[in-house]
Ligand binder design. Structure first.
Ligand SMILES: C[S@@+](CC[C@H](N)C(=O)[O-])C[C@H]1O[C@@H](n2cnc3c(N)ncnc32)[C@H](O)[C@@H]1O
Length: 226
C-alpha cells in the first residue's frame, strides 16, 4: 500500500535553477561543516557538545525561519531538513551571513533524521507551509498524517511545541481534523481567531509573503505536546 505513514518516500523537486559559482563554492565548503552526521543519535551533545534545547524544522525552504529562530535563540540548537538543493544553499547563505553557530542541516528527508533523535529530546518542531497535496487521492502524502505525527510526538518532550503554518484551505481543514483527533497534542488557541494572527517569534518566510501577495489567507497553529 502506498502510505507514507509507513513507507518513506520523498515527493517534489530536488533542485531548481543552476547554482552560481559562489553558491557551488559555499555548498562545498560550508555544507560538510554544518551537516548532521550521517550516523548515530542526533542529540544536542553530538551536534553542539552540550545539552542545549533542540529545535527541528521540517522542510525549511530557503531557511529564513530557521535562521531567524537560530539568531533569536543563540543558546539553543537548530536542526533543519530540506531536500531541495537551492533551498539548502539559501540556508547556508543565512548561516554564513548571520554567523550562526547553532544550526545543523540535513539535505534530504526530515523523517530520516527525526528517526535518529532520541524520544523526548526536542523542544520545538516547525512545519511551515508543507506541500499541500490538495487532491484527495494524494492526501496520504501530506506531512500531517499519523505516521509523521507519531514520530513528531515521540521526539517532542512533554510541554514541547509543534508549530504548523499553511496558506492552503484544504490543508488547514485537514490539519484541524487530524490534530483535533489526537490526544497527544493540545491546541494552544486562546480565542476563535487565534490561528489568523501570526504568533510572536514567527517570522514571515518568502513563501508566505508570496502566498499573501496571491491573496491567500495564512493560518498559524501552535500545539503543545501533552
Ligand atoms: C511549500 S515549501 C515551504 C518551505 C518553507 N517551509 C517556507 O515556509 O517557506 C515545502 C517544502 O517542504 C520540503 N519537503 C517536502 N517533503 C519533505 C521531507 N520529507 N523532508 C523535508 N522537507 C520536505 C519541500 O522540498 C519544500 O521546500
Amino acid at each position: 500500500m502506498n502510505d507514507p505513514a509507513t513507507i518513506r518516500r520523498l515527493y517534489g523537486r530536488a533542485r531548481g535553477h543552476k547554482l552560481r559559482q559562489g553558491q557551488e563554492a559555499l555548498l562545498e565548503r560550508l555544507l560538510p561543516a554544518v551537516s548532521v552526521p550521517g550516523e548515530g543519535p542526533v542529540t544536542s551533545e553530538a551536534l553542539f557538545g552540550d545539552s542545549r534545547p533542540l529545535h527541528f524544522e521540517i522542510g525549511f525552504g530557503s531557511g529564513e525561519h530557521l535562521a531567524y529562530r537560530a539568531d533569536l535563540l543563540p543558546d539553543h540548537g537548530f536542526i533543519g531538513a530540506e531536500p531541495f538543493l537551492n533551498g539548502v544553499v539559501g540556508a547556508l547563505q543565512h548561516i554564513r551571513d548571520g554567523r550562526l553557530a547553532n544550526v545543523r542541516l540535513h539535505m534530504g528527508d526530515a523523517l530520516d533524521v527525526l528517526d535518529r533523535v532520541p524520544d523526548g529530546a526536542l523542544s520545538f518542531v516547525y512545519l511551515l507551509h508543507p506541500d499541500p497535496w490538495p487532491k484527495a487521492r494524494h492526501a496520504k502524502r501530506r506531512m500531517v498524517n499519523s505516521g509523521p505525527l507519531d514520530l513528531i510526538a515521540a521526539k517532542l518532550r512533554p510541554g514541547g511545541e509543534f508549530r504548523l503554518g499553511t496558506d492552503d484551505p484544504t490543508y488547514c481543514r485537514w490539519s484541524m481534523m487530524v490534530m483535533n483527533g489526537r490526544r497527544d497534542f493540545e491546541w494552544l488557541a486562546e480565542s476563535a481567531n487565534d490561528f489568523l494572527t501570526r504568533p510572536g517569534g514567527w517570522p514571515e518566510t518568502r513563501y508566505e509573503a508570496k502566498a499573501r501577495r496571491k491573496g491567500h489567507e495564512v493560518w498559524y497553529f501552535r500545539y503543545r505536546r501533552v
